[in-house]
Design a protein. Structure first.
Length: 786
């Protein structure tokens, strides 16, 4: 019976490949013909257009002819684009056309329909019947949600009910059927074991063949404005979110494009890591940014921005900073909505006085003074919001600039500079004069007009940038106004605003940084919030869906700012409270808290099953955190984690070198040495770079290769490796309670192997780990025994 089924599936697969082959040949022929037609159209575009501009009716006819020719070219180019996309889809199907099959008898019918499910749809050659259904199609949802038995799916006309009589999974690689199994569970453990047992890659792969029921709820959710996913390390939350993007692009393909979706990711390495998932599924990549890049773009060079990883280094090295407690208290307070309320009260006070403006200068002289700008602003009705008054002030300043430009045009320096104009500018002057039927004789009128036009060009060159600066509201001194907040608030009182105990010292340190032209990471969002309150920045309406990964690392103030910047967006918010590692995240109020969202438009999903690490590694990592008991490991066996105690750095690096080579011999493809800080990572790199082909990953790294890498733990977030070596798991290194999550995050990057080196006593974070689940050896004794 099994051989009969296997033979049937092999024959069907071969027939599918033949269909794909014929479709490729057909589309390639169409594409070739269309391409030739497009080239001819472009070449002969103007020959086929009737151009006549002598009379009004002729102009209308010319415009119609142009439009008709352009529409024809555009239609041909669209058709060619569709064929090109179709060929790309067929190319993906050639390798592995489908991964699942269900046989479904619809209620009231007698025969079951065999539904094959893959990464894209495939019709028969008459385009009448589906040979393969796209995994995102409504009918395909049953594959993920049901075992054999009663089942249903939601179609456009309503719910379709029936029974699944067969559920089958396939492993097809490089056009070969390597395995198949019928299953009674949601997605069979056999397939998961096969997928998870492989080595990881430097880029995340699509998981559509192994989507679990709880992940499918995330992917296909269309009813929630805010979808919050709290997921354990390795639970597949990021993978599910990316498949969700692919599903939304499929489901809303008429109204939603990849350019309407924005991902906020933790770092550039992560952007590279996930960059191939959507293209694998036949979709264009969505827009991607980091919060740091987004903020830096908004700062527009007004201040130098500290990156969050520099702040992280400070947070992890208290011994190197004299004002550590003050800095940490400042970071935490500036992350709160309480600080936002303080800024709001400050802005209200600026309505009547206190705004600081910049002089507007031209040729090293002030043309509109900051005092005059302030007089104009504060002469306006104070009941009008500040941002509206700024818009009125902008118009007033533009009028003043125009009057100054007109006056300046008569100055001698303008003509002197006009003599230095490049040939193209002068040629344009003469062309314009000739078009105006002038410059036919050497008359005074002609030369006067020439001089006038030259003066106009010179003044336009100088004053166009000034007008642009006025429109960008650079006449407002935002850094000085933000600085003034800390001068003002040191002694002022605010209604219902709590200030931290070290507030005066926090203010002094903030003022010092601002005077140095520096914007700390803690000040970045508060600064932009103040700027938006004053300038009335318009929200981004083109983005319709936002994904925030590693959401536990965002402060309440940061999230509030994102919501205001993208007010009409639906959001998918992913995180794990056990991986909160930043100074501002050690509080109850995180993006994963329910009170940030309207309950009737929000759904929260919790993923407790972890698929990344072996059961042996999970037995070690779960007791590290208080919530570990609730995490369910996937049953995949491997080696016990190994703790190696060393006496000095010589033993440490000798041991690390030995283990790295051993892991390489065991065919592990991505081997990461994870350090606590960047400083530690560089020290390790200096010790190992001449002995191994090893890559050091820092905040400027955008991609990584297979092989050996060194990385600080905060840059490894969201990424997984075949093998992980913890550089130093000692008590001296990891002892503060605030470092527990950091240590847990480092250990949970490992898929197959976890090795920890410890100089001296091991971190207390593993004191709750049963000694039976890991091995501990003394490096010297082990070496001597060999």
């Amino acid at each position: 019976m099994e051989n009969k089924s296997l033979n049937f599936e092999r024959k069907r697969l071969n027939a599918i490949f033949e269909t794909i082959k014929r479709k490729v040949q057909k589309l390639t022929g169409h594409a070739s013909g269309l391409k030739e037609g497009i080239v001819d159209l472009r070449k002969n575009f103007w020959e086929d257009v009737t151009v006549n501009v002598d009379e009004p009716d002729d102009i209308v006819e010319t415009q119609a002819s142009l439009r008709q020719q352009a529409e024809l070219l555009s239609e041909r180019e669209r058709s060619h684009g569709q064929i090109h996309r179709g060929l790309k889809t067929l190319a993906r199907l050639e390798d592995s056309p489908y991964f699942g099959r269900i046989d479904f008898i619809e209620s009231g019918e007698n025969e079951a329909e065999s539904i094959y499910i893959g990464i894209a749809s495939l019709m028969d050659e008459k385009d009448e019947d589906f040979l393969i259904y796209d995994w995102r199609a409504p009918i395909s949802s049953m594959y993920y949600d049901y075992t054999p038995g009663p089942a249903s799916y939601q179609a456009m006309d309503g719910e379709i009910t029936g029974e699944i009589t067969l559920k089958r999974q396939f492993i097809i690689k490089q056009s070969k059927l390597e395995g198949m199994f019928d299953t009674g569970v949601t997605i069979g453990d056999a397939l998961l074991q096969h997928v998870l047992g492989n080595n990881t890659d430097t880029q995340m792969k699509s998981i559509v063949a192994t989507i679990q029921k709880e992940q499918n709820k995330i992917i296909r959710n269309t009813s929630s404005k805010f979808l919050i996913v709290q997921g354990a390390a390795g639970s597949g939350k990021t993978s599910a979110a990316l498949q969700r993007v692919a599903f939304l692009l499929y489901h809303y393909r008429k109204t939603l494009g990849s350019e309407n979706i924005l991902l906020f990711s933790p770092n550039p390495i992560f952007n590279s890591y996930i960059s191939t998932v959507l293209p694998e599924l036949g979709e264009e990549n969505m827009l991607q940014t980091t919060l740091k890049d987004y903020i830096e773009d908004r700062l527009d060079g007004e201040l130098r921005l500290e990156d969050p990883f520099s702040q992280m280094e400070m947070y992890l090295t208290p011994e190197d900073h004299t004002n550590y407690e003050t800095d940490i208290e400042g970071i935490r307070y500036k992350a709160t909505l309480n600080f936002k309320a303080l800024i709001k009260q400050y802005v209200k006070s600026l309505s009547s006085s206190g705004l600081i403006f910049n002089d507007m200068t031209f040729r090293d002289r002030v043309i509109i003074s900051k005092e005059d700008i302030a007089v104009v602003f504060y002469s306006m009705d104070q009941s009008i919001p500040i941002s509206n008054r700024m818009a009125m002030l902008t118009e007033s300043l533009l009028e003043k600039v125009s009057r100054i430009a007109l006056k300046e045009r008569k100055e001698d320096w303008v003509l002197e500079e006009g003599e230095l104009l490049d040939k193209e500018d002068l040629l344009n002057v003469y062309k314009k004069l000739q078009r105006d039927k002038r410059f036919t004789d050497d008359t005074f009128d002609d030369y006067d007009r020439e001089e006038g036009m030259i003066r106009k060009i010179v003044i336009r060159k100088h004053f166009t940038p000034i007008r642009k600066q006025v429109k960008k509201l650079t006449f407002i001194d935002i850094p000085a106004i933000y600085r003034q907040l800390f001068e003002y608030s040191k002694d002022a009182s605010f209604d219902h605003i709590h200030l931290p105990s070290r507030w005066s010292s926090i203010c002094d340190e903030t003022i010092r940084q601002l005077d140095d032209g520096q914007c700390s990471w803690a000040d970045a969002v508060p600064f932009l919030y103040l700027k938006d309150c004053l300038t009335g920045r318009k929200p981004n309406m083109s983005i319709k869906h936002i994904l925030i990964d590693e959401a536990q690392d965002y402060s309440p103030f940061q999230f509030d700012y994102i919501k205001r910047a993208f007010p009409n967006c639906n959001m998918t918010i992913l995180g794990d409270l056990s991986q909160a590692i930043y100074a501002h995240t050690f509080h109850e109020d995180t993006l994963l808290s329910n009170h940030h969202y309207s309950q009737d438009t929000t759904r929260k999903v919790t993923l407790l099953k972890s698929y990344r690490s072996t059961e042996n590694i999970m037995a070690f990592t779960r007791p590290i955190i208080p919530e570990g008991k609730s995490i369910e490991p996937f049953k995949r066996q491997g080696k016990k984690p190994l703790v190696i105690k060393v006496d000095d750095s010589l033993e440490r690096y000798d041991g690390i070198l030995s283990k790295m080579k051993q892991l390489k011999d065991e065919k592990k493809e991505t081997i990461a040495l994870i350090c606590k800080t960047m400083k530690e990572s560089r020290q390790a790199y200096d010790h190992l770079k001449d002995k191994l082909p090893i890559q050091l990953m820092d905040k400027e790294t955008y991609t990584f290769k297979k092989g050996f890498i060194i990385i600080p733990v905060y840059l490894a977030k969201g990424i997984e490796f075949d093998a992980v070596i913890i550089h130093d798991a000692s008590l001296e290194h990891y002892h503060r309670e605030t470092e527990r999550n950091l240590f847990y995050t480092a250990c949970t990057r490992a898929m197959h192997d976890l090795i920890l080196f410890s100089g001296g006593q091991v971190t207390p974070f593993i004191e709750n780990v049963p000694v039976a689940v890991y091995d501990m050896v003394d490096y010297r004794k082990e070496k001597e025994s060999k």
